[in-house]
Design a protein around this ligand. Structure first.
Ligand SMILES: [Zn+2]
Length: 290
C-alpha cells in the first residue's frame, strides 16, 4: 500500500476518475471517465475517423478563457478493434509532451491491451507528463502508470485509477488535499467491485463524498466534473457499441446515448456530431453546413 502525504497548501489541483469493468469476458464491458476541470463549463472537441472516435485532450487544463484551450491527443476514445482507452492526470511537466498523446498513439496502432503495452513502452522514453491510463479490449483490463517508466496492472475483471500511482514503486508525491485522489480511488474501487450492470456504473460516476473539497467522483469542489463518459461494448450476436456522454455534473444532467458502428460512415459521423453535447462541436457543424 502506498502512502501519500496530503498537503493543504499545494496549488496543484488534479482531477479525473477513470476505470473499466468486464461484466462478461469477451462479451460485455465498459470503460468510463469523469473529466474534471478548473472551469465549471467546458465544451469538448472530437476526432472521428472510420476506425476511431476520441474526445480530444487539453494541454491548457487550467485556462479560464475557452478561446485559449489548446487541444492535443485524446483523453478517452475507442478504435475499430473495440479497444477503449482513457487517461487521468498525475502530473503535467514543463518541457514534456502532453500525456493525452499516449492515448491517441495507443488507439491509432494497438488492437488489444497487449499491443497497448508495447506502444507505451516505446513512447515513454520520449518524455511525457505523468498519467494513469486504463484500457480494455473486453478480454483484459489494464492500468498503465506512466512516469519515466510504465508500470502496469492487468486482470480479467475491473480496475480504476484517479490521480496517484498504485503500482509504481518509490513514487510518493505530495498532493493538494483538494484533489481528493485517494478518496475518489477508494470510492470508485468499492463501487466498481459491486457493479453488476451499466446502471451501477452511472451510479458510480454520480458518487458524492464532500461537495466542498473536491473529493467526490462527481466533483463540485475547487475542480468540477465537466463531462462524464461511458463506452459500452457488447460483442454478443447483435453487437452494440455505445457512447454515453453527459455534459456537466452527471448528478444533475442527463447522459446522451450515441450508438456507434465501425467503420464510421460520413453520415454516422454527422449524426454523432449532431447528438454530441458541446457548443464547440455544434459550431463546427454549422460552419461545415455553409
Ligand atoms: Zn454531483
Amino acid at each position: 500500500v502506498s502512502i501519500i502525504k496530503q498537503e493543504t497548501t499545494g496549488t496543484l489541483l488534479f482531477g479525473c476518475t477513470i476505470g473499466a469493468k468486464i461484466f462478461k469476458q469477451n462479451e460485455f464491458f465498459v470503460v468510463f471517465k469523469n473529466k474534471d476541470f478548473k472551469r465549471e463549463v467546458f465544451d469538448d472537441d472530437l476526432r472521428i475517423e472510420q476506425n476511431l472516435i476520441g474526445i480530444r485532450g487539453v494541454e491548457s487544463w487550467n485556462a479560464q478563457d475557452p478561446e485559449r484551450d489548446r487541444f492535443s491527443g485524446l483523453s478517452i476514445g475507442m478504435n475499430g478493434s473495440l479497444l477503449v482507452c482513457a487517461d487521468a492526470n498525475i502530473k503535467s511537466l514543463s518541457r514534456s509532451k502532453n500525456y493525452d498523446i499516449l492515448v491517441e498513439k495507443v488507439l491509432e496502432s494497438a488492437t488489444n491491451t497487449q499491443q497497448a503495452t508495447n506502444v507505451l513502452q516505446g513512447e515513454v522514453k520520449k518524455g511525457y507528463g505523468w498519467t494513469n491510463i486504463v484500457a480494455s479490449d473486453g478480454e483484459n483490463v489494464t492500468a498503465f502508470e506512466v512516469s519515466k517508466n510504465v508500470f502496469e496492472e492487468s486482470n480479467e475483471k475491473y480496475l480504476t485509477r484517479t490521480n496517484h500511482y498504485i503500482k509504481t514503486p518509490g513514487y510518493t508525491i505530495n498532493y493538494s488535499q483538494n484533489a481528493g485522489t485517494k478518496t475518489r480511488y477508494n470510492d470508485s474501487l468499492e463501487k466498481l467491485e459491486q457493479a453488476t450492470d451499466i446502471e451501477d456504473i452511472f451510479g458510480l460516476l454520480k458518487t458524492h463524498r464532500s461537495m466542498k473539497l473536491g473529493t467526490s467522483i462527481c466533483n463540485h469542489g475547487t475542480i468540477h466534473t465537466v463531462y462524464s463518459y461511458v463506452f459500452e461494448v457488447s460483442k454478443k450476436k447483435n453487437r452494440t457499441i455505445r457512447l454515453y456522454v453527459c455534459q456537466g455534473n452527471p448528478c444533475k444532467n442527463e447522459y446522451e446515448r450515441i450508438d456507434l458502428r465501425f467503420p464510421i460512415s460520413e453520415e454516422k459521423a454527422d449524426e454523432i456530431l449532431e447528438r454530441y453535447p458541446s457548443r464547440r462541436v455544434k459550431r463546427k457543424l454549422e460552419l461545415r453546413a455553409f
